[in-house]
Design a protein around this ligand. Structure first.
Ligand code: NFS
Length: 659
């Protein structure tokens, strides 16, 4: 018999809670119910189970992990580090395969083989090309310079960026963006990444039975693999998507289930690759499709997003976003969804069955990800409209003929201002002519802003949905820590109104509120989807380059957190932040046992190697305290912890500067 779900303990999201009540009435279940019925395996949870060969699976005791070894003799540290390494490999593979798919599309667009897309942001193309040494201008015989043909720049860029995946020796292209002192450290340790395929292949080899059985050595390689994701696959995904679909700038975008409309055909896109969504935007705006919807009795077609691809189009176009990972089933329970189309990553298998309970048409579109019970309509990148138009037709058909389930739409919708790409932050701080990070660094140095925190990652039914994200971020901004966010975490905060400029006066400490008021930004900045965590790396590199805050990323007063994480991708992200020099705290649980050598390496020893460590706290207030303590420690080391009196420069002072 299923245990009764305590909805108040499961989520603080009013829309999700309302839909969980409806699910109970309708007799359907969600991941919240399944998590309630199934305890996580304690041995697996702490990384103490090895199933890498058929002499096992071997299980270590979580109470005394050194009491025994596996059949081959593997110790707890070997087993846990291998398991951790495989999580990094899984996460890095997901991001880099996505990034490579984006690069393939980019190449085809440049060659003129996909007429549906074009290079939308030439400035971004130039910026990315220049950042890795590809010439953007050519010198003419008369000594003047001229912009190279855009197609030539793009082809050179595509060829160079391909190395991010395939390079077998040397350093991947975006390592040119890493602050020199940080890069020097990686070179010393031998962890500068080669192509992701090479690193992931070697990591899978090392974690095979009987290969790398020394946890320190394993750790160096999974750091290298994670770096091939952060400064490689993920960064390429972000940059190429910006070039093709536009670099985000501040827009208005609404979130939550109140963005659904009973009178319209509701279509949800859920997944990670922005091209499906971009083509769907074209499709729903095509007058022919609108006409079809109207003749079926609808007022129009309402396109909304979920999860990470939803966040990408919220950032780029202000398309409404109806919820994060733990709301993807709840939204089907509204009965209002005529079609949900998915591509890759974070798609619960249960969505297929649940959709059939409500007559919602559920489509898979990517050859990598089919789901039993779903209708597969493959997206051909060369002709995306064919897939998109079929989905729209079937959504209209459901609207007309199969809206039998009782529809109940939670009436919650909130305005948010997303769109804080690295480029927009640069612009916002100094306008078109003086774009720079100087005002940010200055305000950190003068103490108005204590530091910067990245709060990112999934939602997870093992903790109260949204609550850990919300409380952590509120605590941070109250203490004058500027927060940047991606993915599901960003949607959590947008739902509670913290991504508006008005939120600064209400929730932020006085210093941060003053800065936000001056530049007109929210105290919590949405910087995009999970691959867009690479924007946070770029921002860190820019803060180092701007000066005054040390010469390595590990010198900066910054910290990271994934308080409700669940996926292997989160582990890869956490690891590339730590390896880059950002202290990172995870919630929910951590796949190591406290007091073991491997745990101590991750939580203490890495500080000597890369200048940052992992940490863990379930409670959001404890997590905030840990992050703030770390930020203060870094401020202390930089000599900026003491509050400085504001001094207004007069002309005399300026002359003394002699600049
Ligand atoms: Ni990222 Fe987690 Fe998934 Fe996006 Fe959401 S669950 S690691 S935030 S949608 S990838």
């Amino acid at each position: 018999m299923a245990k009764e779900l305590n909805i108040q303990e499961a989520t603080i999201c009013p829309s999700t809670a309302q839909m969980l009540e409806k699910a109970t009435k309708d007799g359907v279940e969600t991941a919240f119910h399944r998590a309630n019925d199934m305890k996580p395996c304690p041995i697996g949870m702490e990384g103490a189970c090895c199933k890498n060969c058929s002499m096992g699976p071997c299980r270590m005791s979580t109470k005394s992990p050194y009491d025994k070894v596996g059949v081959c003799g593997a110790t707890y540290d070997t087993i846990a580090s291998r398991n951790f390494a495989r999580m990094v490999a899984g996460g890095a593979a997901a991001h880099t395969d996505h990034g490579m798919a984006m690069l393939d599309i980019f190449k085809e667009v440049v060659k003129g083989n996909i007429p549906d897309y074009k290079i939308k942001d030439i400035d971004k193309l130039k910026y990315v090309a220049e950042s890795i040494g590809i010439p953007v201008y050519i010198e003419k015989d008369d000594g003047t310079t001229q912009l190279r043909d855009v197609k030539d720049i793009a082809l050179d860029l595509a060829e160079e960026l391909e190395k991010t995946y395939t390079q077998v020796e040397g350093e991947i292209p975006f390592t040119k963006r890493v602050p020199p002192k940080t890069l020097e450290k990686w070179r010393e340790l031998g962890i500068v990444p080669r192509g992701a395929m090479r690193e992931i292949m070697e990591l899978m080899h090392r974690t095979h039975m009987g290969v790398d059985q020394e946890y320190n050595n394993m750790t160096l390689h999974f750091m290298r693999t994670a770096l091939s994701d952060g400064w490689g696959g993920s960064m390429v995904a972000t940059e190429v998507s910006d070039i093709l679909f536009g670099t985000p700038k501040a827009v208005r975008g609404e979130v939550d289930m109140g963005c659904l409309d009973e009178k319209q055909v509701n279509i949800i896109i859920h997944g990670h690759e922005p091209n499906l969504f971009e083509s769907m935007i074209e499709g729903v705006n095509d007058p022919k499709n609108i006409e079809k919807a109207k003749s079926a009795g609808a007022e129009g077609i309402n396109l909304v997003g979920m999860c990470c691809s939803g966040t990408e189009v919220l950032m780029r176009h202000g398309i409404p976003h109806v919820g994060n990972f733990m709301s993807t089933e709840a939204v089907i329970v509204t009965g209002a969804i005529d079609a949900m189309a998915v591509d890759v990553q974070c798609i619960k298998q249960a969505l297929a069955n649940l959709s059939s309970c409500y007559g919602t048409k559920f489509f898979t579109t990517n050859r990598r990800a089919k789901i039993e019970g779903a209708t597969h309509i493959e997206l051909d990148e060369h002709n995306p409209r064919e897939c998109v138009d079929k989905i729209i037709d079937m959504a209209i058909d459901r609207f007309k003929n199969n809206r039998k389930a009782k529809i109940e739409i939670p009436q919650n919708r909130h305005m948010s201002i997303p769109g804080f790409s690295h480029e927009f932050i640069n612009y916002m701080l100094g306008g078109r002519f003086r774009a720079s990070y100087v005002p940010l660094n200055d305000n950190i140095i003068n103490g108005r802003i204590r530091g910067v925190a990245g709060v990112v990652g999934c939602t997870n039914p093992r903790v109260k949905h949204d609550w850990v994200h919300l409380e952590l971020v509120k605590e941070l901004i109250k203490n004058n820590v500027l927060v940047v966010q991606t993915g599901c975490s960003a949607i959590s905060l947008a739902k509670y109104g913290l991504m508006t400029p008005e939120a600064a006066a209400k929730y932020a400490g006085p210093g941060l509120a003053e800065v936000c008021e001056t530049i007109g930004t929210p105290p919590v900045l949405n910087v995009g989807s999970c691959v867009d965590n690479s924007r946070i790396l770029i921002a860190c590199a820019e803060m180092v380059k701007t000066g005054g805050l040390g010469d390595k990323i590990s010198d900066l007063p910054v910290a990271g957190a994934a308080p409700e994480w669940m996926s292997e991708k989160a582990i890869s992200i956490g690891q590339y932040f730590v390896a880059s020099g950002v202290y990172t705290v995870f919630g929910v649980n951590f796949p190591t046992i406290e007091g073991t050598k491997f745990h101590d390496l991750l939580f203490k020893g890495l500080d000597d190697l890369v200048g940052a460590t992992w940490d863990f706290a379930k409670d959001p207030y404890e997590m905030a305290q840990k992050m703030i303590a770390h930020i203060d420690k870094k401020r202390e080391a930089l000599g900026i912890q003491e509050k400085k009196e504001r001094k207004l420069f007069d002309m005399e002072d300026r002359r003394k500067l002699a600049v």
